[in-house]
Design a protein around this ligand. Structure first.
Ligand SMILES: [Zn+2]
Length: 411
């Protein structure tokens, strides 16, 4: 087994790429002699976006290991085949200091935020290496939407907000970062499907500004999204000529979601009692027949106000008038999928804030079908968490079909 001893690992400079890989996720394993290791990993699997004969995944794994070794400053990446015909590469650190995993993580975190290269105001090549390690190794390329996404694992409270290191320290503009708290979805709360939360980054941003380490992931991106390769640099990083989406750096949704997640979801996810408490907080019915709908809605609305920006999700207005009761700008809460007495749509991921005009537009038969559908499309395009919720709730992947369906359900 190829590895580096922890004593040596900490003796020398740890490259930004390796820091990013481990801060994204630390894995643990023990060999047959009882030696303990931490490892970072990357894996990739065949994608429908790349014709099988066009890319030799197994053959490429060794070349990728060599590239990752250069970025890491050690010859330490080893190839492991994955069960589904893909490849997995690992970077092992032998835990010869018997260091607890939490301490290992915290040490790397401290090294990262205090590193000289991390103190620059702007983005630099070292920060890009960190982002590649953090984002791409475990990230998958969404072939239908412009996102690179990874499951968001955490081993304790100290890791919950780790994605903020990308926006706070690595200078990723906040408009390109995105958090999908899938734990809020009804399938999660009902226990049918315990999918992890996901951290995501805008894919055209990644392709243009950060660049792909893995040639296979670059090819998936090229085929699925139709952008041209701009250049490949001396380290073998592929950059694309991709259009950067406009966005709003005052949109704090990402930060608010992480805060909401930390304060309300984490540590409440483990026990049935905790899930029950969470359901109550979110205004879910537990089916005991004593629910007061008005109270439910009020609870949910006030919660939603705490975690969402005062901004119309359709026209973008941030000013309406000052509501005397709250002292804040007046906005109205709208259920994207109409409420229709179905308690499962009474979910925080189904809510948006609208100005009074836009809210009126979405009342049944108040405006033309095309105006309403266009407004709904705007919401879905600009709010990933809403799209995710609605798409999974209605089982419709295509965004245009989804908007039409939601329009037909307006109440
Ligand atoms: Zn509006």
């Amino acid at each position: 087994m190829q590895y580096i001893r922890m004593t040596d690992f900490f003796k020398y400079e740890i490259k930004p790429f390796v820091l990013g890989a481990f801060l994204s996720r630390v894995m643990e394993t023990t060999d047959k002699h009882g030696n303990k290791y931490f490892y970072a990993y990357t894996s990739f699997h065949s994608s429908k976006a790349v014709f099988k004969d066009d890319f030799d995944i197994k053959g490429y794994a060794e070349a990728l290991a060599a590239k990752l070794d250069k970025l890491s400053g050690h010859y330490n990446w080893s190839v492991h085949s994955a069960s589904d015909g893909g490849a997995q590469l690992r970077y092992y650190v032998l835990n010869d200091r018997s260091m607890p995993k939490t301490m290992f993580y915290k040490s790397l975190f401290a090294k990262t935020v205090s590193a000289e290269w991390a103190l620059d105001d702007g983005i630099n090549e070292a920060k890009k290496d960190f982002i590649r390690g953090f984002m791409e190794l475990r990230g998958s390329i969404d072939t239908s939407r412009p996102l690179i996404a990874q499951d968001y694992f955490y081993d304790g409270r100290h890791e919950l907000k780790k994605a903020l290191i990308l926006t706070d320290t690595m200078s990723v503009p906040i408009r390109y970062a995105n958090f999908n708290a899938r734990n809020l979805q009804p399938q999660f709360v009902s226990g049918e499907n315990k999918r992890n939360a996901q951290f995501r980054m805008n894919l055209p941003y990644y392709a243009r500004e950060i660049g792909f380490v893995n040639d296979y992931k670059a090819m998936i991106f090229r085929n699925a999204h139709g952008y041209r390769v701009d250049r490949v640099d001396g380290k073998g990083i592929t950059y694309f000529d991709a259009d950067l989406p406009r966005g709003d750096d005052n949109d704090m949704t990402f930060v608010r979601y992480l805060n909401f997640f930390t304060n309300n979801i984490y540590a409440k996810r483990l026990t049935p009692q905790a899930v029950k408490t969470l359901r109550a907080q979110l205004g879910f019915s537990d089916g005991d027949g004593n629910d007061d709908r008005a109270t439910h809605n009020a609870t949910l609305r006030s919660l939603f106000y705490d975690v969402s920006e005062d901004k119309c999700a359709i026209c973008g207005a941030t000013e309406t008038f000052t509501n005397r009761a709250t002292g804040r700008q007046h906005f109205e809460v709208h259920h994207v999928i109409s409420f229709c007495n179905d308690a499962t749509t009474d979910n925080i991921a189904n809510l948006v804030k609208l100005c009074p005009t836009c809210h009126a537009l979405l009342k049944k038969d108040r405006a033309s079908k095309s105006d309403q559908t266009r407004a709904i499309l705007k919401i879905l395009h600009e709010h990933e968490e809403i799209f995710d919720y609605a798409s999974s709730y209605l089982q419709i992947d295509d965004i245009n079909d989804l908007a039409e369906k939601i329009q037909s359900m307006l109440g």
